[in-house]
Ligand binder design. Structure first.
Ligand code: ADP
Ligand code: MG
Length: 210
């Protein structure tokens, strides 16, 4: 089983819906250790992404993902939006010209995306950022693909790894982004960006399951 551009469109739309549903939670998490805008930022950005994607023809998955990335970069200020923009842009770069993604291609894309996020934001694992959910997800996806899992099963494992990575941000002290200004006081809070990244993988596992 693999995902064609209609399925990728469903994923992006599902993520936008899930972000909108979780807007209040993302905002509350960001109020605790940031400036309280992560929910509204991601909601605005993903609405724009869905709008922009509607104008992209079916076929090239890479063109779709790049359009999502550009919409996020141009509509969201601060750190989180442009980092998600980079994630999607690099996923799009990795899938340029592809009409379908299997588990292997999805793993390539997610790895490229996370690499882009790290190149831009300079966060390492353990810095209490979205990277703490995205990196384990990419690793789980790669491992599952290597074992011959189909895309649905591989994404399920990636989403579970992202959830564990998200939960593991709770005891960490933030070393990147606004939360790092709090030092020790950032401990015992779940990172908002790791939370939205888990939702991204969870919506992929759900939307691309059939
Ligand atoms: P801002 O911090 O500008 O208000 P958001 O609230 O939208 O942006 O996003 C905050 C999230 O962005 C954090 O929870 C963290 O996961 C992520 N983040 C912030 N800085 C970085 C960075 N340098 N690298 C990776 N992720 C980061
Ligand atoms: Mg914020």
């Amino acid at each position: 089983m693999s995902a064609d551009s209609a399925a990728v469109r469903q994923w992006v739309e599902a993520y936008a819906a899930v972000v909108s549903e979780h807007r209040g939670e993302l905002t509350r998490l960001d109020q605790a250790i940031g400036d309280g805008d992560h929910g509204t930022n991601m909601d605005r950005g993903m609405r724009k992404a869905v709008e922009k994607l509607a104008g992209v023809p079916d076929g090239d998955v890479g063109a779709q993902l790049k359009a999502v990335g550009m919409a996020l970069i141009s509509s969201v200020g601060g750190a989180g939006g442009p980092l998600y923009g980079t994630l999607f842009m690099q996923m799009g770069q990795s899938t340029t010209g592809k009409e379908e993604l299997d588990a292997e291609a999805f793993a390539d894309a997610l790895e490229a995306g996370v690499k882009g996020v790290q190149a831009r934001g300079k966060a390492e694992p353990g810095d209490k950022t979205m990277v703490d959910a995205l990196l384990p997800a990419a690793a789980a996806l790669r491992a599952a693909a290597g074992e011959g899992a189909d895309l649905a099963a591989a994404l399920r494992r990636a989403a579970d790894a992202a959830r564990e990575g998200r939960d593991a941000t709770i005891p960490l002290v933030a070393r990147k982004g606004r939360a790092s200004y709090l030092g020790e006081r950032s401990r015992d809070h779940q990172d908002p960006g790791a939370t939205s990244s888990h939702l991204l993988l969870e919506s992929a596992a759900t939307a691309l399951a059939s």
